[in-house]
Structures are given as structure tokens and as C-alpha cells.
Design a protein around this ligand. Structure first.
Ligand code: URA
Length: 434
């Protein structure tokens, strides 16, 4: 079929055969299908959706557009975690060493922050010397010898997704569940995993603003996983406020290390334990979630998880002394207290607005070419349900560029909702799907 006919068939709601989908996506990677044709196709998918067999064929074509790693030289079941993206979400930084310390090899190919959400790679790069651009050969070696390796997407893994994502970004077709699910799963399935835990965020700081949409996305990704013979478990988790107390790269690394010392805020600690426990069960290092949680607590109290993080840092060129002595991490020049203008209880924290305010400070990037300032960010002194007096500090901003301060104060104040009474708290893990 000519590209024109394929687009027209999808536009008119027909079901495409797997070989037609494959030929269309292969043609796109080779340049035989033009960007404008793929734009029309993704818009047709946006309105018409994909049936499960179409989605499986679409994902397989994206996955097989590049190298699909086989990590069978590393014994044991390899398990990764993927989050759909949030604000203050530093879970990967504590989860990878925890899972590896408990015997689950973690091959993790992560992303950078874009827009209001942070990215694991940017956070890791705030550790002096840490390299995320290792070769696939080094990645394989470190998954085997250290038990975890965290790198960025390479040109050889799911190249169709790289090209397609850039196109979707400028054609208003990012927020489309089958396209998000195939994009995420094609990258994750390429990295050599046996099983995957998904953290599907729901709320003001997430792609999915409602639990219904989050559920559909999670079910779609679980379906793709089972089609490809991989077990996928999804937790739907609250992103109605930033996770933990910190937003910003080095600040989040510090909080992650504190988690491994048993000293981090309850929400961040709980989410890390919930997701990592699922990994231990999938990786057959525990037979139940309770047993997994006990192992994880032991890895924290014995110091094994923190030692594993230092091992990962050293293996990837970073300075493990910066983990021992957190004052060696990059720091902003000064701090500014952002205070409440009235008394009340914190009833809302718009996570997206906090993420954008952190970006305005330099903690994130608007365009992929923007340079991150690793030391800047926020410490949230007040979270949902906390009582606030007029003049109390809501957020401590860590700042390098004073010119950005007035805008940031305004953004943070507007992100906080204050009311006469504390709203009932929402559970952190809203649902588990498998
Ligand atoms: N993250 C991805 O990797 N792909 C999407 O389409 C959306 C979020």
C-alpha cells in the first residue's frame, strides 16, 4: 500500500494489517515516508486509536527499528522501573541501588527532563564526574558486574521513537495513549529487561490528570508487555503534589541519598519501597511484597543500598566521596525564603506550576539545547495538609540568578492553595494493576 492509502485507511477508521504498519514505520525511519505523511498518520491515530493487534504491531515495529539488547549473560531476571514523569520524582536514584543491593539486576535507560518534569539523567549528572553516555558494551558489563547501570537512550535503541517523538512534539500528538504507550514500551523492551514496573502518575503534575486515563494508559502498556512475553506491573500513584521535599537536580540527589539512610520524607520513602518491592518479587528475590519490604529495610539499615549507590557512581565515572559528603554536590549561591501571604492550611500544590518555576530558576530545560543549572531548585517546607501562619516559609528557593527571583516567588505563591481547613489526604498508591 502507498503511504497515502495507509493514512486514508486509518483516517476512515479501518484496521491496518501488521505488515502494513511495519512497512509504514520502516519507511518512515528510512525516509521513504515523509514527516508530513507521518504527521497525518499520528493525527489519524489520535482520533481513531489503534486496536490491540495494531498497537502490538506498531510497538514491535518501533522496537525492532533498532537494536534489541539481550542481557542473558547476566544471571537472574532483569527488572526495570519506568515513571511516566512527575515533579520531584527522584525514585530511580534510590530504587536502582536498592533493587541491585537485593540481587535484582537493573538495566535502566532513562531520559532527561523536558518542560515541567525532571529527568533522571540530569539528576545523576549533578554528581561530579557521573557519566550517562556510556557505550552499550559498558552498559552490559556494568549490569553484570555492578548489578545496575543508568544511561541515556542511544542512537541504536528504538530510533523510530526518537524520530517520531520529535514529530509528535510539534504536531500536538504527544497526549495520545496508544502513541505514549508504544513510545515508552518500545524503549523499555529494547534495553534487555525480563519484567517492568510502571509508575503511572496521576494528578496536577502528571501527563494523566485523571485516574481513568491513567488506568487506560497502564492497561495499554501491560497489554503490550504481555504481547511481548514480559510481565508488567503498574502502580497508579499520586502526583497532586511534588514527591518528597526537593525539586532540582543536586537537591534531589541529596534527598535520594538520605532515603538510602532512612532519613527521607515519608511519601518519597514509601513510593520507593512500594515500587522496589514489586521489582524484587518480579525478579524472584522475594516471594511476597512483605518479604521484599523486609529485605529492602534491611538493605537500608545495613548500609548495603548506599554502598551499592557508591559502587554505581564510581563505575560510571562519578565521585563516590560526594555521596559520603553531600556538601560536595553542586550548590546554589544563595537561598530565598518564599513566604505565605496569609494563614491557613495547604489545600493544593500545583505540581506542574512548581516544576515550571524550578525550570525558570534553571533546574530544567525548555528546549533540549538548554543547559541545566544543577545546584538550583526548591525545598518545599510545607506540603498538603500542613498548617501555615502568615509570613511562614512555604518554599526555600536555591538560587544562582537573582533576576529570576520575583517571577519565581510569584509562580510559587500562585502554585500553593491555602484554605480554612486541611483537605482529606489522598493515598500515595492509588491502584495496582497487573
Ligand atoms: N514518554 C515517552 O517516552 N514517550 C511519550 O510518548 C510520552 C512520555
Amino acid at each position: 500500500m502507498r503511504p497515502y492509502e495507509v493514512i486514508k485507511a486509518k483516517r476512515d477508521g479501518q484496521v491496518l494489517a501488521p505488515d502494513v504498519i511495519r512497512a509504514f514505520l520502516d519507511g518512515y525511519v528510512k525516509g521513504d515516508v515523509a514527516d508530513y505523511q507521518m504527521s497525518a498518520m499520528t493525527m489519524a491515530v489520535f482520533f481513531r486509536g489503534l486496536t490491540p493487534p495494531e498497537l502490538a504491531a506498531w510497538t514491535r515495529a518501533m522496537l525492532e527499528s533498532g537494536e534489541v539488547l539481550d542481557l542473558s549473560e547476566t544471571p537472574g531476571l532483569k527488572v526495570d522501573k519506568h515513571s511516566t514523569g512527575g515533579v520531584g520524582d527522584k525514585v530511580s536514584l534510590s530504587l536502582a541501588p536498592l533493587a541491585a543491593a537485593c540481587g535484582v539486576p537493573v538495566p535502566m535507560i532513562s531520559g532527561r527532563g523536558l518542560g515541567h518534569t525532571g529527568g533522571t539523567l540530569d539528576k545523576l549528572e549533578s554528581i561530579p564526574g557521573f557519566r550517562v553516555d556510556l557505550s552499550i558494551a559498558d552498559y552490559r558489563r556494568l549490569v553484570k558486574s555492578v548489578g545496575a547501570c543508568l544511561i541515556g537512550q542511544t542512537a541504536t535503541l528504538a530510533p523510530a521513537d526518537k524520530k517520531l517523538y520529535a514529530l509528535r512534539d510539534v504536531t500536538a500528538t504527544v497526549d495520545c495513549i496508544p502513541l505514549i504507550a508504544s513510545s515508552i514500551m518500545s524503549k523499555k523492551l529494547a534495553e534487555g529487561i525480563d519484567a517492568l514496573v510502571l509508575d503511572v502518575k496521576v494528578g496536577s503534575g502528571a501527563f494523566m490528570k485523571t485516574i481513568e486515563n491513567a488506568r487506560v494508559l497502564a492497561r495499554t502498556m501491560i497489554g503490550i508487555g504481555s504481547e511481548m512475553g514480559k510481565t508488567v506491573v503498574a502502580l497508579l500513584t499520586d502526583m497532586d503534589q511534588p514527591l518528597g521535599r526537593t525539586v532540582g537536580n543536586a537537591l534531589e540527589v541529596k534527598e535520594a541519598v538520605e532515603m538510602l539512610r532512612g532519613q527521607a520524607p515519608a511519601d518519597y520513602t514509601e513510593l520507593t519501597l512500594a515500587l522496589t518491592a514489586e521489582m524484587l518479587v518480579l525478579g524472584k528475590q522475594a516471594s511476597s511484597i512483605d518479604e521484599a519490604r523486609a529485605k529492602l529495610r534491611q538493605a537500608v539499615t545495613s548500609g548495603a543500598a548506599e554502598r551499592k549507590l557508591k559502587e554505581i557512581v564510581k563505575a560510571q565515572g562519578g565521585d563516590p566521596a560526594a555521596i559520603d559528603d553531600l556538601s560536595r554536590l553542586p550548590k546554589a549561591r544563595t537561598t530565598v525564603a518564599i513566604t505565605a501571604e496569609a494563614a491557613g492550611f495547604v489545600t493544593a500544590i500545583d505540581s506542574e506550576a512548581i516544576g515550571l518555576a524550578a525550570m525558570a530558576l534553571g533546574a530544567g530545560r525548555e528546549k533540549t539545547s538548554d543547559v541545566i543549572d544543577p545546584g538550583v531548585g526548591f525545598v518545599l517546607e510545607k506540603k498538603l495538609g500542613d498548617a501555615v501562619t502568615a509570613g511562614a516559609t512555604l518554599v526555600t528557593a536555591h538560587v544562582n540568578d537573582d533576576r529570576r527571583v520575583p517571577e519565581v516567588i510569584d509562580r510559587v505563591r500562585r502554585a500553593y492553595g491555602l484554605g480554612p481547613a486541611a483537605a482529606p489526604s489522598r493515598p500515595l498508591v492509588l491502584e495496582r494493576l497487573a
